[in-house]
Write a protein that binds this ligand. Structure first.
Ligand code: FAD
Ligand code: EPU
Length: 347
């Protein structure tokens, strides 16, 4: 494979690539090859390249939900397809196709700027549009699955392009068919059905109070976007200033009987209803109560602002952050009998 810019072929190849700027933890790691694909039509050719056929392939968007514990001994493939296009305008809603390489937050701004409603609670989530369906990104009471009509992808198993409808994506809390089968699909574009009006979602803790603090008593979609931005900027450490991947653990979903028993012993533990009669518990509270908020092992640490966010204070390696995560998992398990599961992909 020739390391060079092969823009006319729809992809660009870099040999021995530095991944430290391709992961929001900003841990050091290198890949043997980095291939940025601008044109989805190049994917069959890319997967026929000798180096791609003979080595492992890791698909990476903007790297804001991965922990690289070592270098990658093969190909890192970045879907970089751009473009936002209205495919069909139905008046009360429109079908919008977005390239996988578009930035999620820029797309949210695009949608609000054109009078579409609904994505305001998902503002400021880092990452690419192509990654949004992978873990069904969610925040402040809304999940992206509510807007996804179709995911366009390249199926690495069959070498075919596929269109996957919403039901087939089997979205769940921080989960989808893509997350369960991580080496199968390269998402190339996402088609969203965006409404022009939609009831505001204000019930997530903090949103109404933030609107009051902004002196807004009759909020619209733009005001909710502003409130969510203010909350996020206050609560979460900024990856541009300190490496992190957002929540490091998923909120555990447990049977109601187990939640009730834990609540009897720990009345302050936040607990929400989940699907199938289960309950979702606050992982942040568990990590905080186990004494880890602000903890540090060398440059690997837990944010002082939010107990669910592991951070790189400067020179931590992915392996050190991974070791800290395991110490937290074991401590929370020993104290509460709950084994936390990481949210980011551990590479
Ligand atoms: P990456 O980190 O590059 O990849 C994540 C996973 O998706 C990997 O398994 C990768 O292989 C796969 N992948 C990426 N792109 C593709 C593709 N095109 N085709 C196939 N597979 C692909 N998430 C939330 O849900 N809610 C939040 O509120 C939230 N807040 C965050 C706050 C901060 C400060 C940070 C750093 C992260 C936060 N996250 C949140 C996590 C992250 O923003 C999302 O998971 C985001 O979708 C990751 O996008 P990415 O492009 O960086 O994906
Ligand atoms: N809490 C603590 N200590 C802390 C922080 C929080 O005890 O240091 C407790 C508080 O009681 C708080 C509760 O945890 O009320 C919930 O905290 P928060 O509202 O910050 O939400 P979260 O459950 O920690 C989830 C998502 C976030 C998303 C927010 C807002 C997961 C794993 N995380 O966090 O997503 O932005 O809700 O919807 O579901 C991400 O996935 O990377 C992410 C940041």
């Amino acid at each position: 494979m020739k390391p060079d810019t092969l823009s006319e072929s729809g992809y660009r190849v870099t040999e021995d690539a530095d991944l430290s700027r391709h992961n929001s933890f900003r841990v050091p790691a290198r890949a043997q090859w980095l291939i940025e694909v601008d044109d989805a039509r190049a994917l069959p050719e890319v997967f026929e390249l000798g180096a791609v056929k003979s080595s492992p392939v890791l698909v990476l968007g903007e790297g804001s939900n991965v922990l690289l514990t070592r270098g990658w001994p093969g190909v890192v493939l970045v879907p970089a397809m751009r473009g936002i296009r209205i495919l069909e305008d139905r008046g009360d809603a429109a079908l919008v196709r977005v390239g996988a390489g578009e930035n999620w937050n820029e797309f949210v701004h695009w949608s609000l700027g054109r009078g579409f409603a609904g994505l305001e609670n998902l503002i400021l989530i880092p990452g690419s549009v192509g990654a949004a369906p992978i873990q069904n990104i969610g925040a402040y009471g809304v999940e992206v699955r509510e807007f996804i009509a179709t995911v366009e992808a390249f199926d690495r198993r069959t070498g075919q392009y596929v269109r996957i409808d919403n039901a087939t994506c089997t979205f769940a809390y921080r989960d989808s068919v893509f997350k369960r089968d991580p080496d199968r699909f390269v998402v190339t574009a996402v088609e969203f059905l965006l409404p022009r009006s939609r009831e505001l979602v204000l019930d997530y803790a903090g949103v109404r109070d933030e609107l009051v603090a902004m002196n807004i008593d009759d909020p619209n979609h733009a005001a909710v976007a502003e409130a969510v931005m203010r909350l996020r900027l206050r609560k979460l450490p900024n990856p541009a200033q300190i490496g992190n991947a957002g929540s490091f653990f998923k909120n555990p979903v447990v049977p109601a009987a187990l939640a009730d028993a834990l609540l009897r012993a720990n009345p302050a533990l936040p607990c929400w209803p989940a699907t199938d009669g289960n309950r979702k518990l606050s992982a942040a509270w568990l990590v905080d109560a186990a004494g880890f908020k602000g903890a540090r092992e060398g440059d690997a640490g837990v944010s002082e602002r939010h107990a669910l966010v592991l951070v790189n204070h400067g020179n931590a390696t992915g392996a050190q952050i991974h070791a800290l995560a395991h110490h937290i998992i074991d401590a929370v398990d020993a104290r509460y009998g709950i084994r936390l599961e990481p949210e980011p992909r551990i590479v």
